[in-house]
Design a protein around this ligand. Structure first.
Ligand code: COA
Length: 136
């Protein structure tokens, strides 16, 4: 994967402006994967990250690209003391559910009729609580 390179914005330089960021994986000149997330402020004032999309083009799956994209965001969270990251996934998307479970995500909620135009319309909320690098 020597042709692999990153294009993206850091939370620091981008999220302050629009509260969201996207990272792309390129193989040669082909964009083969991306992850998009946003920062959300909770009622108690703490910040969490929501993964809006994560996808890798089918011929490039199971090569570690999805892991690298997700790990990049998890590292950013950890460095910035963000302890919670979550996403919605369709209940029949076993590949994605198993993928996220490998990273320590757990099903924390089931929402009926979350999607308007796909079947099944139900989703799981997958959440991971992250250890941060806070110095004592
Ligand atoms: C989920 C997705 C992003 C994973 O990306 P990927 O680049 O294939 O993932 P990786 O190659 O990093 O795989 C990481 C691990 O998951 C496993 N894995 C990934 N897809 C798998 C599959 N379809 N079946 C079995 N195992 C799978 C890999 O074997 C690997 O395991 P290992 O660490 O033990 O070797 C990709 O399948 C995808 O784009 N799916 C369609 C979009 C989607 O459903 N997105 C998630 C909802 S937001």
């Amino acid at each position: 994967m020597e042709a692999f390179r990153w294009v993206g914005f850091d939370f620091d330089c981008y999220c302050e402006v629009v509260n969201s960021c996207c990272f792309y994986s390129y193989y040669s000149d082909i964009c083969v994967g991306s992850i998009a997330c946003r920062l959300e402020k909770k009622e108690n004032g703490s910040v969490r990250v929501y993964i809006m999309t994560l996808g890798v083009l089918a011929p490039y799956r199971e090569l570690g690209i999805g892991s690298r994209l997700l790990n990049h965001v998890l590292d950013l969270c950890s460095k910035q003391n963000i302890t919670e990251i979550y996403l919605h996934v369709q209940t029949n998307n076993d590949d994605a559910i198993n993928f996220y479970k490998k990273f320590g995500f757990e099903i924390t909620e089931t929402i009926q009729n979350y999607y308007a135009s796909i079947t099944p319309p139900d989703c799981y909320v997958l959440t991971k609580y992250i250890q941060t690098h806070t110095k004592k």
